[in-house]
Design a protein around this ligand. Structure first.
Ligand code: AMP
Length: 215
């Protein structure tokens, strides 16, 4: 059986961190569309050039493009026994496209996990977030600091504040999230696929809640 999950929630809700932990436990790939897009920007590809300004402004990349990237990624061999999509789908069109992709492969979505967090907490978490320029690992200056300040524990890369984690862009991202992505919560609820996880608390506490909800 393929174990396929999508992780929904506002930016800063910890869905990336939790997706990574669950992926390690289930031995399936963790697929972050944000990481894929940032890699395109870093490598200066045509796609990267198209999305750079949108990402920096906190807006969504075009659906056709993210859908294509998602489709390509799940066609790789490592997705055969499942995968976790982190930050995809983020719009109605993406959710519809995902349904079609899964149907075409004869796969079924197991659950949509919704990480619920209030806007005030989103802003405070993201301003303290630091990301690795090389491998994309994320830290929190207070709750999950790196061992050596400014350096990634995993690869030694330089840590930085993502431009879209600055307060003015965070607001836009939250607005985009409420308008485009939040309606998907209801969509998955109607399908009986939704699991809601209270996202406040430590990484371990949230993971325990997630694991208990799936067991
Ligand atoms: P994230 O790392 O998930 O916070 O994503 C960072 C940025 O990448 C978002 O603010 C969007 O600009 C873009 N992005 C990531 N995933 C998607 C998606 N599924 N659809 C459109 N844009 C996306």
């Amino acid at each position: 059986m393929s174990r396929i999950f999508v992780f929904l929630g506002p930016p800063g809700s910890g869905k990336g961190t939790q997706a990574k932990l669950l992926a390690e436990k289930l031995l399936v790939p963790h697929i972050s569309l944000g990481d894929i897009l940032r890699e395109e920007v870093r490598s200066g590809t045509e796609i990267g050039k198209k999305v750079k300004a949108l990402i920096e402004a906190g807006k969504l990349a075009p659906d056709e493009l993210t859908i294509e990237l998602a489709k390509r990624r799940i066609s790789r061999e490592d997705c055969g026994s499942g995968f976790i999509f982190d930050g995809f789908p983020r719009s109605f069109a993406q959710a519809e496209a995902l349904d079609q992709m899964l149907e075409a492969k004869g796969w079924e979505l197991e659950k949509a996990i919704y990480f619920k967090l209030a806007e005030e907490e989103v802003v405070s978490r993201l301003s303290a977030r630091r990301s690795c320029k090389l491998c994309g690992a994320v830290y929190h200056l207070v709750n999950n600091p790196p061992k050596v300040p400014g350096k990634c524990d995993l690869c030694g890369g330089e840590l930085y504040l993502r431009h879209d984690d600055e307060p003015d862009v965070i607001r836009t991202r939250f607005e985009v999230y409420e308008k485009e992505t939040l309606p998907l919560v209801e969509r998955y609820q109607r399908e009986g696929k939704l699991v809601t996880i209270e996202a406040s608390g430590s990484i371990e506490e949230v993971f325990q809640r997630l694991w208990a909800a799936l067991s």
